[in-house]
Ligand binder design. Sequence first.
Ligand SMILES: CC(=O)N[C@H]1[C@@H](OP(=O)(O)OP(=O)(O)OC[C@H]2O[C@@H](n3ccc(=O)[nH]c3=O)[C@H](O)[C@@H]2O)O[C@H](CO)[C@@H](O)[C@@H]1O[C@H](C)C(=O)N[C@@H](C)C(=O)N[C@H](CCC(=O)O)C(=O)O
Ligand SMILES: Nc1ncnc2c1ncn2[C@@H]1O[C@H](COP(=O)(O)OP(=O)(O)OP(=O)(O)O)[C@@H](O)[C@H]1O
Ligand SMILES: N[C@H](CCC[C@H](N)C(=O)O)C(=O)O
Ligand SMILES: [Mg+2]
Length: 486
Amino acid sequence: MKLHELIGYLHPFVDYKGENPEITSIENDNRRVTPGSLFICIKGYTVDGHDFAGSAVKNGAAAVLAERELPVNVPVIVVKDTVRAMAVLADAFFGQPSHKLHLVGITGTNGKTTTSHIIEQIFKDADQKTGLIGTMYTKIGEQIFEVKNTTPESLTLQKTFKKMVDEQVDTAVMEVSSHALVYGRVHGTDYNVAVFTNLTQDHLDYHKTMEEYRKAKGLLFSQLGNAFNHEKPKFAVLNSDDPASDEFAMLTTAHILTYGIDNHADLQAINIAMTASGTSFDLVSPFGVKKVNIQLIGKFSIYNVLASIGAALVSGVPLEAIIASVEGVKGVSGRFEVVDAGQDFSVIVDYAHTPDSLENVLKTIQQFAQKRVYCVVGCGGDRDRTKRPLMAKIACEYSTDAVFTSDNPRSEDPAVIIKDMEEGVKGEVYTSIIDRKEAIQHAIKNAKSGDVILIAGKGHETYQQIGDRTFDFDDRIVAREAIEER
Ligand SMILES: CC(=O)N[C@H]1[C@@H](OP(=O)(O)OP(=O)(O)OC[C@H]2O[C@@H](n3ccc(=O)[nH]c3=O)[C@H](O)[C@@H]2O)O[C@H](CO)[C@@H](O)[C@@H]1O[C@H](C)C(=O)N[C@@H](C)C(=O)N[C@H](CCC(=O)O)C(=O)O
Ligand SMILES: Nc1ncnc2c1ncn2[C@@H]1O[C@H](COP(=O)(O)OP(=O)(O)OP(=O)(O)O)[C@@H](O)[C@H]1O
Ligand SMILES: N[C@H](CCC[C@H](N)C(=O)O)C(=O)O
Ligand SMILES: [Mg+2]
């Protein structure tokens, strides 16, 4: 695409009439620039991309998009906000790929990864080629690509959509983090369905208040657009048991489908029966009442399944087929994953890293635990500090043996993180062991027949970040080895 055509997509007041080279790619990292690239300078949290413009030009950049004039010998187009402009250009350069996919976006504090995988399974079973973007990876069909963020920045995102279109993906499902919504990473993305899981405390280091956090999540719904697109109708799938849903309903002109357990909803689970190996419920739906037997446990799992049923239903998948698919779902890696090495006690690895998710998981365990419940848990460094005492309190309240340890301490002192946790449990009995491996070994050494050990916080993660180093660490492997050593 020629530079003039590309710039034509920007704000009409951006006045550029200079050279008109062919733009072969758009990059915001000088190290990825190749001859003919347009280099976009982004002021980041760590460094300022404007400082890399010279190097980008050396690598062959044909033009630079920046927030100020720069001393380089290729055209520099100046805009007020390069992050915003990047979303517009990425969408245009890759041919508006999100419009060519059936796209489901999921936001909420907990359950996004789980729900996205259940939805992916439903569409796969409906013989569609699927794409998935989220915390664990990006997936196109069965191909897996590593990711850094749950929701990538606009350039990577649109490039990924384009790849999905090229590979004939029918439906793509993606997690939309609150950070992404605030940073405009999904600006211009044309969703067909926006799903809300729930809103509870997390990320207050970034959003400061729950109100700001709620507003961030609401952006997914307000950005569903105001036009009634009768050929490609838009849908919001909302949790009727979460008070934030009323506000999100107001923010969108899309058709709304609600799901819930406690409050009346279009899709409501009633007569719930839970065992240690699964859950059954009656699904009240616009198409009558249907019996559903899932292999997942916990009330939170029912919410994830209901949200998934909703997203698939408004996408045109028949209800009977949807139910057959969700009944086949075995679970998602690192979410309530059982480690079974033949031991006579249960070990569960789960990604609960927020107060609400920890409480849900421990309450679920309480429903079938007959003896002691160990809870090995830590809190991530460089993240919301205010959730630390709350998570510690929940660990003590809903388990018999709380073991506080490190999660990913990142740049923080692990001992200080544990101190922050301990602030929430003054006068209670707990054990603190900084080394996560030792903490897991401690629980496993002490467990007796019939006990349950929950290892929370890192789920599918295969690493531990301490300082600026990343070590191999997988709760499931560490637990298995400790069991075998017993
Ligand atoms: C705070 C934050 O969101 N940071 C994101 C941001 O990084 P940054 O601002 O530090 O970027 P930077 O390193 O300063 O670079 C600025 C610019 O210079 C460029 N650069 C940089 C170095 C260089 O040598 N050359 C160069 O050109 C970079 O490409 C970039 O364009 O831009 C990066 C690239 O898009 C992101 O990967 C990074 O996410 C970091 C890893 C992060 O931890 N983000 C968290 C807070 C986050 O976004 N989490 C959410 C939610 C998680 C959940 O609850 O599920 C998520 O969606 O992941
Ligand atoms: N609907 C839910 N409500 C509350 N807690 C949930 C729900 N679903 C899952 N959880 C708990 O939250 C943990 C994380 O789930 P999941 O990875 O699906 O969430 P996420 O929203 O993708 O998280 P992240 O923001 O870190 O990517 C699970 O391991 C489980 O403990
Ligand atoms: N997406 C979440 C994941 C947290 C996982 C936990 N293991 C941690 O490192 O804090 C975050 O970045 O806050
Ligand atoms: Mg996730």
